[in-house]
Design a protein around this ligand. Structure first.
Ligand code: MF3
Ligand code: CO
Length: 291
C-alpha cells in the first residue's frame, strides 16, 4: 500500500511526473544491483530534463570561450591574454568563469604548458613559443549551472613526439566516450584510457580525475582514468560527468608547486597532455555536452 502511494507521488528528480512514470523502474533496477554488491549512483548524481537543458546552455558559453581562444592563440602570446579572452567572452555571454576564487584559485582559466599537467597559472611572463603544447581548461557558470572542458593547442610546428602525445590523449577520450552507456561501469572508462595510453608508451596521471559536473563545479563521482573493466559505479541516464585524462610522455609521477600550491607538473619534466569533455549518459549511450 505504502509503496503504491509512493509510486503516485511526484518523482524525486523534480520532473513533476509521477514517480511510477519517471525514475521508479530505474530505482528498482538500481536497488537490485546494489543488493548484488554493485556501486550505484545516488539520486543527486542524476539530472532531470530541465537541469540538463540549463547545463547545456552553460556549455555553450564554455565552448564559445574555447573557440575564441583557438582563434587567437599562437606564438608570442602571453598566457595572461588567454585569461583576458576567457573573461571577455564569458562575461559578455552573461556567465562567470568558474575557476576564479574557486578554493582560492586566483585566475579565470588554467593554462598548462608542456610539462605542466594542470592548473597552470596564466601569466604575462609565460610567452607561448613555437613548439609548445598548451592545455586551456575552461569552466563556466551560467545561471548557476556549471560546464567544464579543455582543449590542447599546438603552437606553430611542434615535434612529432608531442603531436603524438596530443593525438593519443584525444583518442583516449574518444575511446572512453564509447564506453559511456546506461548500465555500463565507470571503470570501463579508466580501463580503455589506461590501455590506449600504455599501448602508445605513455603513462596516466592517477591523482587527478574527472568528476560529476553541472549543479556544482565538482560533484561525485570521481572519474578515474585508469581502472578495470566491469568495475566501479554503474552508469544510468541523466548522469553528467567529465572525462579529462592527463597523459604523460614519460613517467606518471607529478608534483604540485610549493610556491603557489596549484600548478601541477611532471616530475621527470617531460610533456603532459589533457583533453576534457563533459558527457551525459542518455537512454541509448552518451551525448557530448562540451568539448
Ligand atoms: N577545470 C578543472 C577541472 O577540470 C578544475 C580546475 S580547479 C581550478 O576540474 F580552481 F583551478 F579551477
Ligand atoms: Co574538470
Amino acid at each position: 500500500m505504502l509503496e503504491k502511494l509512493g509510486r503516485n507521488l511526484p518523482c524525486w528528480c523534480g520532473s513533476g511526473k509521477k514517480y511510477k512514470n519517471c525514475h521508479y523502474n530505474m530505482d528498482m533496477h538500481l536497488e537490485a544491483l546494489a543488493e548484488n554488491g554493485e556501486e550505484v549512483p545516488t539520486h543527486r548524481m542524476i539530472k532531470n530534463a530541465d537541469q540538463i537543458a540549463r547545463i547545456k546552455e552553460s556549455c555553450k558559453v564554455n565552448l564559445a570561450v574555447l573557440d575564441a581562444v583557438g582563434k587567437e592563440i599562437g606564438p608570442g602570446m602571453p598566457t595572461s591574454r588567454i585569461n583576458e579572452i576567457v573573461n571577455d567572452v564569458t562575461y559578455s555571454m552573461g556567465g562567470i568563469p568558474a575557476p576564479l576564487h574557486y578554493e582560492g584559485y586566483p585566475y579565470s582559466v588554467c593554462t598548462s604548458v608542456n610539462e605542466q599537467v594542470c592548473h597552470g597559472f596564466p601569466s604575462k611572463h609565460v610567452i607561448l613559443r613555437e613548439g609548445d603544447i598548451v592545455n586551456v581548461d575552461c569552466s563556466s557558470i551560467l545561471d548557476g549551472y556549471y560546464s567544464d572542458s579543455s582543449r590542447m593547442y599546438c603552437i606553430g610546428e611542434v615535434s612529432d613526439a608531442k603531436k603524438k602525445l596530443v593525438q593519443v590523449t584525444y583518442e583516449c577520450v574518444q575511446l572512453a566516450l564509447e564506453q559511456v552507456k546506461p548500465w555500463g561501469h565507470l571503470g570501463d572508462i579508466g580501463a580503455v584510457i589506461e590501455q590506449h595510453a600504455k599501448e602508445n608508451g605513455f603513462s596516466v596521471v592517477e591523482e587527478i580525475g574527472g568528476h560529476g559536473c553541472g549543479l556544482e563545479f565538482h560533484e561525485d563521482p570521481f572519474v578515474r582514468h585508469v581502472g578495470r573493466f566491469g568495475t566501479g559505479m554503474v552508469l544510468v541516464p541523466g548522469m553528467i560527468f567529465t572525462i579529462e585524462p592527463m597523459i604523460n610522455m614519460g613517467k606518471k609521477d607529478v608534483f604540485t608547486s610549493r610556491v603557489n600550491n596549484w600548478e601541477v607538473s611532471t616530475v621527470d619534466g617531460l610533456p603532459s597532455a589533457q583533453w576534457e569533455d563533459m558527457v551525459l549518459v542518455t537512454e541509448t549511450g552518451y551525448e557530448i555536452l562540451s568539448w
